[in-house]
Design a protein. Structure first.
Length: 303
């Protein structure tokens, strides 16, 4: 790793995890003038960022050495824990650095990570996002933050290039908000998919139906973006069904811990579980339409 510039903002950011979402988010920070050091388990996913001015690190420990802010955007809670604690990132960080975990993990993991980092004197913010790759590219992500309000306010300039941040509550609250967001996304995808089947079975046009109801009470980003995917039958992810299921699993576990019954979430959770178990985890989550078509023996369900 080479380079020690602190960028025009005077702070260095280590960005760990430059996959489908992480890469455009890191690119937004670079475009805003931050010095960004990037690391990814698969180095090829980080190399393209060098052309945007990123410094490439061989290990996560190299990435965080001297960084003021460490952002993690990793697959799941195990990956976050492995990188932060098992691979020594927490020990390699500067004493005055802050961790922003923008991965989507269960709230209790976020609270645990925050507590363990607090023992080292390191502030932690859980700040998962919604908006997909489109929002990451455009810098319009919805960022749901949990943690100390003063810490989050001091990070405003870091969040700004990536999207709009809202503090939802104490540690873990950001992840709780993300789970609630994913409940709404999944249930709405299911509703749109079932409506598309109803239209098809009755002889109507899915494309015309989608156009007809836009601007009414059923209008939504899901109808706009995922409804378009369903009409065009384009199910390359965006957001994978396996990641949608991961979030629904965490939502159901959290609901159980809070003694809540969530019948709509439970129903769509069961359908995504089947869809992924049948080998379709890497299809976009709007591809749930395929699963529901197959259950109804509709022609489109034959894949």
């Amino acid at each position: 790793m080479t380079g020690s510039s602190r960028g025009q903002h005077g702070r260095r950011i280590a960005f760990l995890g430059t996959g489908l979402m992480g890469a455009p988010m890191a690119r937004r920070l670079l475009g805003a003038g931050f010095a960004v050091i990037v690391w990814n388990r698969d180095p090829s996913k980080a190399e393209a960022l060098a052309g945007d001015g990123a410094v490439l690190a061989e290990t996560p420990m190299d990435a965080v050495a001297g960084a003021d802010v460490v952002i993690t955007m990793l697959t799941n809670a195990d990956a976050v824990e492995t990188v932060l604690f098992d691979r020594g990132v927490a020990d390699a960080m500067s004493a005055d650095a802050t961790v922003i975990d923008m991965s989507s993990i269960a709230p209790h993991f976020a609270r645990d990570h925050s507590a363990r980092l607090a023992e080292r004197g390191i502030p932690h913010v859980d700040a998962p996002v919604s908006g997909g790759v489109v929002g990451a590219d455009a810098g319009t992500l919805a960022i749901m933050a949990g943690g100390d309000q003063e810490v989050i306010e001091k990070l405003a300039d870091v969040f700004a290039p990536m999207g709009r941040v809202t503090r939802v509550g104490p540690s873990g609250a950001g992840q709780l908000a993300k789970l609630a967001n994913q409940q709404i996304v999944a249930v709405t995808i299911g509703a749109v998919a079932e409506a598309m089947m109803l239209i098809t079975a009755g002889g109507g046009s899915q494309a015309a139906f989608r156009d007809a109801i836009r601007g009414g009470f059923a209008e939504s980003r899901i109808l706009d973006l995922h409804g378009k995917r369903m009409v065009e039958r384009q199910f390359t992810p965006g957001g994978s069904s396996s990641n949608q299921l991961k979030d629904l699993n965490a939502a159901m576990e959290t609901a159980n811990a809070l003694s809540l019954t969530l019948p709509l979430t439970a129903a769509v959770h069961a359908e995504f579980s089947e869809f992924v178990a049948n080998g379709h985890g890497e299809k976009d989550h709007s591809g749930l339409l395929l699963h529901l078509e197959e259950k109804n023996a509709l022609p489109g369900g034959k894949r």
